[in-house]
Unconditional design. Structure first.
Length: 207
């Protein structure tokens, strides 16, 4: 039986520290201004602004990245096969070497800003590459999270999972009933984003 990798994010644990975002940037040697995962504030009128009225304020966070949909419209429309869904584990890949920059994937993706279009030649803050992802970055191409496919290949978790200081992220094979992700989904209330779109996201939010 093939695997179906999923990521669970516990919103009761997430503190909005953005360690996941920084770890992703370092692991994948992302250029300046490029982020594959980010954390947004829910309910407020901007980043790190609470919802409600003083003294009844609430600050909640929602980590966002590619949702690695089982029914991925991006993979269906890509004319260059730069975006594809792996049948053996469900990871939606993005090959910068094949991308022609048409942005068809961005147009059909129902999730806001989970992809980045690198309009200019990549610039890096450091003079040397960081992380273990060998993927090249090119101008006028689309980039996104790949669940750290290079780490999965050697049996490791995505970088964002391992570095979370409050262990808000859990990763594993949903097709394995004994896995931690399967057990958590069986016992915790959860939701997926925009289920009405029919894409079957592989990211679940625990509440």
């Amino acid at each position: 039986m093939s695997k179906r990798y999923v990521m669970l994010i516990d919103l009761q644990q997430c503190t909005g520290c953005n360690t996941c975002s920084v770890a992703c940037k370092q692991e994948n040697n992302l250029p300046e201004g490029v982020w594959w995962t980010r954390v947004v504030t829910i309910g407020g009128n901007g980043d790190d602004l609470p919802a409600g009225h003083y003294p009844n304020l609430r600050l909640d966070y929602l980590p966002l990245a590619c949702q690695h949909c089982a029914q991925a419209p991006c993979a269906e429309v890509c004319p260059a096969t730069a975006t594809s869904r792996r049948e053996d584990d469900g990871v939606v890949m993005q090959d910068p070497g094949l991308c022609i920059g048409c942005r068809s994937c961005m147009m059909v993706c129902p999730f806001t800003s989970v992809r980045v279009f690198a309009d200019e030649q990549p610039r890096f803050a450091l003079l040397f590459p960081t992380g273990d992802n060998p993927s090249a970055h090119r101008a006028r191409t689309v980039e996104k999270c790949t669940f750290c496919a290079h780490r999965l290949a050697r049996g490791d978790n995505p970088s964002c999972v391992d570095v979370c200081p409050v262990q808000a992220r859990t990763f594993g094979d949903l097709n394995d009933s004994a896995s931690q992700v399967a057990q958590l989904l069986a016992t915790r209330l959860h939701f997926q984003l925009l289920t009405e779109k029919g894409t079957e996201p592989s990211v679940y939010y625990l509440i």
